[in-house]
Design a binder for this molecule. Structure first.
Ligand code: UT7
Length: 324
């Protein structure tokens, strides 16, 4: 018994924030952002549009693609670091809005690796008897972005992607998942205020601690190393070579990180899904949005061998290899 992706879907908010818009907000330039990150524009949720709203739209599209009803779902997992509320779980709001009356629901917090981590949880539950698990990566990064900090505000965007993971006894399915973490590097990417360590207070607001802080340069180096390492060990675990991969779908954080990884792996750009130019870094949503676009563009077909690679706050890094 394997767990396969039976349907995929995504949703991004309508509002586009361009680099030219950011030039009017902080001391930056379109040229700097494009050269250092590869990002041209990103989507921003409307006022009142929360993580669950994006997740529901993506989830509906994935269910339609899978030909299933919400009532078929055994479980809903929402990977996010920008949930609607500290509690309840955003997955419960999604469960209610979809009408998934038979589904368990909970959130998973692994930052930009959230979708791949959640995929591995779904894989394990399918192997132990569940039939259909809806895995969603959904983020409203704009809610934790400091729009006065040019080091971070140019990087992130909002969006959601979802996959219906179903039991399958054929050749297709998730071949393996690989998960890593290193909490010694927890300070590289952090929202320092608003949690139980430093609860909300005037000081938190004054010092803007409710927003994401990142040591970009150090993160960059670890990201390249960890994406290369996990891709190689994932391929080795499946007795595959880089040439066997039809499409590499990495977390979309920075085009320079991805180019460095492609070079180290000798992976041609034609075999890499890139859309960071249009959405920026959407954290847990980035891989499922990219997967959905790759399917719709015909770059992933039945039987394609797809490698996923993610890294992010924690630090965490993760991969999966899928026979589509
Ligand atoms: O998914 C979460 C994982 N996070 C990431 O993947 C992020 C990884 N890191 C990165 O993508 C890159 O490190 C950044 C894009 C964040 C920064 O690029 P960089 O090439 O590492 O630049 P830097 O931080 O070394 O900064 C270079 C210069 C600095 O000026 P000085 O000190 O050399 O005078 C910055 O102040 O660029 C300046 N700078 C900017 N200039 C214009 C930083 N942000 C901006 C900006 N516009 N938005």
């Amino acid at each position: 018994m394997k767990a396969c992706i039976a349907g995929i879907g995504s949703y991004v908010p309508a509002r586009v924030l361009t680099n030219a818009d950011l030039e009017r907000m902080v001391a930056t330039s379109d040229e700097w952002i494009r050269e250092r990150t590869g990002i041209r524009e990103r989507r921003i949720a409307a006022t009142g549009e929360a993580c669950s709203d994006l997740a529901v739209q993506a989830g509906k599209r994935a269910l339609t693609a899978a030909g299933l009803a919400a009532t078929d779902l055994d479980m809903i997992l929402v990977a996010t670091c920008t949930g609607d509320y500290p509690l309840p779980a955003t997955a419960c709001l999604v469960q209610y809005q979809l009408g998934a009356t038979k589904a368990a629901a909970c959130d998973l917090s692994a930052a930009c690796c959230g979708f791949v981590y959640a995929l591995s949880v779904a894989d394990a539950y399918i192997k132990t008897g569940m039939r259909h698990v809806l895995v969603i990566g959904s983020e409203v990064m704009s809610a934790i972005t400091d729009w006065t900090d040019r080091n971070t505000c140019v990087l992130f965007g909002d969006g959601a992607g979802a996959a219906v993971v179903s039991a399958s006894d054929g050749e297709r399915g998730i071949l393996s998942t690989h998960l890593r973490s290193d909490g010694t590097l927890c300070e590289l990417i952090m929202v320092p205020g608003g949690g139980s360590h430093t609860p909300p207070s005037e000081k938190v607001i004054d010092e803007r601690l409710q927003y994401i802080k990142m040591k970009g340069n150090e993160t960059f180096k670890v990201a390249v190393r960890s994406l290369e390492e996990i891709a190689r060990s994932t391929l080795a675990a499946n007795h595959l070579r880089v040439e066997d991969i039809d499409l590499y779908v990495p977390h979309q954080a920075n085009i320079r990180i991805l180019k460095a990884v492609m070079e180290r792996l000798s992976l041609p750009i034609e075999k890499v899904m890139l859309n960071v130019d249009r959405y920026g870094n959407t954290s847990a949503a980035s891989i499922p949005i990219a997967l959905d676009e790759a399917v719709r563009e015909g770059r992933i077909k039945d039987g394609s061998l797809v490698l996923l690679g993610a890294f992010g706050a924690g630090l965490t890094w993760a991969s999966a290899v899928i026979r589509w």
